[in-house]
Write a protein that binds this ligand. Structure first.
Ligand SMILES: CC(=O)N[C@H]1[C@@H](OP(=O)(O)OP(=O)(O)OC[C@H]2O[C@@H](n3ccc(=O)[nH]c3=O)[C@H](O)[C@@H]2O)O[C@H](CO)[C@@H](O)[C@@H]1O[C@H](C)C(=O)N[C@@H](C)C(=O)N[C@H](CCC(=O)O)C(=O)O
Ligand SMILES: Nc1ncnc2c1ncn2[C@@H]1O[C@H](COP(=O)(O)OP(=O)(O)OP(=O)(O)O)[C@@H](O)[C@H]1O
Ligand SMILES: N[C@H](CCC[C@H](N)C(=O)O)C(=O)O
Ligand SMILES: [Mg+2]
Length: 489
């Protein structure tokens, strides 16, 4: 495609001479990734100003630069816009084609990865070639490739979407994080369904306050979703659900509400069983019984949101409810890592917000006869205000709490732990995560349950710029072996 064709109808650009005839060979938002013939997107970011790299991008062969009108672009085409990220996304979407014919997006503080993964599974069980893009990476039926972020940058996102379509994927769902939405990382391709799971405290370091955080999420329904699309809304978030539904209705979207207060899929009752739960769900006037093989009300919520997506994209009630009974667990979400020699199950969960921690503990509580022992920390370079709140939730709802490290990044781990401890009453502090896990496992008796929260599927502990290999599930198994050997010795 030449530059003239790429910008036509999207941007007003001065293409005097033969500039419009240049062949566009790709797009990049980082000058270090520019190849000859690329278009460079120069954006002002939170750590750097991309406009400072315009000259370097041109040196590397950029033929055009998308940037604010006031940026200085010399010698190549300047594609000017006050919102360069938005305009760049539109050009990238025209470049990276085709895309899967059916695309859905999920936003919310917690439950995005789970809802995306469960939707992918339900589509697949319906015989569709499906994929998801999110925290776990790009996932298809046969492989998983990490991207590093929940919502990848726009070039990675759109190039992956078109790659999936070329491989035959017809149905794709992606996680729209608030950072991703605010930075226009997922624009340009048609999105038929948007899901809202819930909103609670997280990422206030970036968004400032809850209203701004909420508004960032609402871009999904206000702008990203197709005008004739469907909003699947979890109806039981008392503070935010009705606001989301109203936004969706104001824009004339189809509304599909799910939950105890939902009307499209009404959760009538929920009974925990040993390895899962029985849901009674009312839809189209009939009540259906679903044996969901996942524990915890939060997993029921995510599974019902996933059902909402599939039902909004052509699935039938009977099929979807039947398939829900065969869902596989999502990696690192209430994953049972091991049962200790004493008989205590050890669960790994990705809870990294106060509300997530509450949800994970509530999920396990019906299964605890003795004590619930919770081990967790909080990530560095992230919202500090959530730390004492997480401490308070863990202390109020667990019988024993061990505070440890979770990705300190560039912060002092001692200070992070102190901030959690400020809300956590008489919680114990065990700095080293492996030692904390071993302590919990050694403490746990046959009626107890251990919860290792915060890292879920993660494979490393981020300390400064280093990533030290660390997998909660593996470490739990190793510690269980060690504790058992020490008992025998
Ligand atoms: C705060 C944040 O969201 N940062 C992300 C964002 O940075 P930014 O746009 O502010 O960019 P910047 O680093 O300030 O640089 C500005 C521009 O200059 C360019 N640049 C920069 C340096 C250089 O040498 N050359 C160059 O061209 C950059 O490519 C960028 O376009 O875009 C970058 C490029 O895609 C990301 O790498 C970066 O992720 C950082 C590492 C990060 O930690 N992000 C986290 C907070 C994040 O995005 N998390 C969300 C939510 C997680 C969840 O709750 O699920 C996610 O979606 O993962
Ligand atoms: N519907 C829900 N309601 C409350 N808590 C939930 C819900 N779903 C998940 N959680 C909690 O949040 C954790 C993370 O879940 P998941 O990975 O699905 O969320 P996410 O929104 O993708 O998170 P991230 O923002 O890191 O991408 C879970 O391990 C669980 O503790
Ligand atoms: N996507 C979330 C993941 C947090 C996971 C936790 N282990 C941490 O490092 O804080 C974030 O970037 O805030
Ligand atoms: Mg996620």
């Amino acid at each position: 495609m030449d530059l003239r064709a790429l910008v036509a109808g999207i941007a007003e650009v001065d293409l005097t001479g033969d500039a419009g005839d240049s062949h566009v060979s790709g797009l990049a938002i980082d000058n270090r990734k520019i190849a000859p013939g690329n278009i460079f997107g120069a954006f002002q970011g939170s750590a750097a100003n991309g406009e400072n790299y315009i000259d370097a991008a041109i040196q590397a062969g950029a033929i055009a630069v998308v940037a604010r009108p006031e940026a200085i672009v010399e010698g190549v085409v300047h594609i000017k816009d006050d919102q360069p990220r938005r305009l760049f996304a539109l050009l990238a979407a025209r470049y990276f084609t085709p895309s899967p014919s059916c695309v859905a997006a999920v936003t919310g503080t917690n439950g995005k990865t789970s809802t995306a993964e469960l939707t992918r599974q339900l589509w697949r069980m319906a015989g569709l070639n499906s994929a998801s893009i999110g925290t776990l990476g790009v996932t298809t039926a046969s492989e998983q490739v990490k991207t590093g972020l929940t919502t990848p940058d726009i070039v990675t996102f759109l190039s992956n979407m078109s790659g999936l379509a070329r491989e035959g994927v017809s149905h794709a769902i992606f996680e729209a994080s608030s950072h991703g939405l605010a930075q226009y990382r997922t624009e340009g391709l048609p999105v038929q369904v948007g899901v809202f799971t819930n909103l609670s405290r997280d990422h206030l370091d970036y968004h400032g306050d809850m209203e701004s955080y909420f508004e960032a999420k609402m871009r999904l329904f206000d702008e990203v979703l197709d005008a004739d699309g469907t909003a699947v809304v979890w109806a039981d978030d008392d503070e935010w659900s009705s606001k989301v539904s109203r936004r969706a209705m104001d824009r004339g979207l189809n509304l599909f509400t799910v939950g105890e207060k939902g009307t499209s899929l009404r959760l009538v009752s929920r009974m925990p069983t040993q390895l899962g739960q029985t849901l009674m769900v009312k839809a189209n006037g009939n009540t259906h019984r679903i044996a969901l093989p996942l524990i915890g009300s939060y997993q029921a919520a995510n599974a019902l949101c996933a059902a909402g997506v599939v039902l909004s994209t052509g699935g039938t009630l009977d099929d979807v409810f039947d398939h829900m009974q065969r869902l596989q667990p999502v990696r690192g979400r209430l994953e049972r890592a091991v049962i200790t020699a004493a008989g205590a199950p050890v669960y790994v969960d990705y809870a990294h917000t106060p509300d997530g921690l509450r949800a994970a503990i509530e999920a396990l509580r019906p299964h605890v006869k003795g004590r619930l022992i919770t081990v967790f920390g909080a990530g560095g370079d992230r919202d500090k205000g959530k730390r004492p709140e997480m401490g308070a939730v863990a202390a109020d709802m667990s019988d024993v709490v061990l505070i440890t490290d979770d990705n300190p990044r560039n912060e002092d781990p001692v200070a992070i732990r102190a901030e959690i401890l400020a809300g956590a009453g008489d919680a114990q502090e065990v700095a080293d995560r492996r030692e904390a896990i071993l302590t919990a496992i050694t403490l746990a008796g046959q009626d107890d349950i251990v919860l290792l929260a915060g890292k879920g599927h993660e494979q490393g502990q981020i300390v400064g710029d280093r990533i030290i290999p660390f997998d909660d599930v593996e470490v739990a198994r190793e510690c269980a072996r060690q504790a058992s050997n020490e008992q025998v010795a």
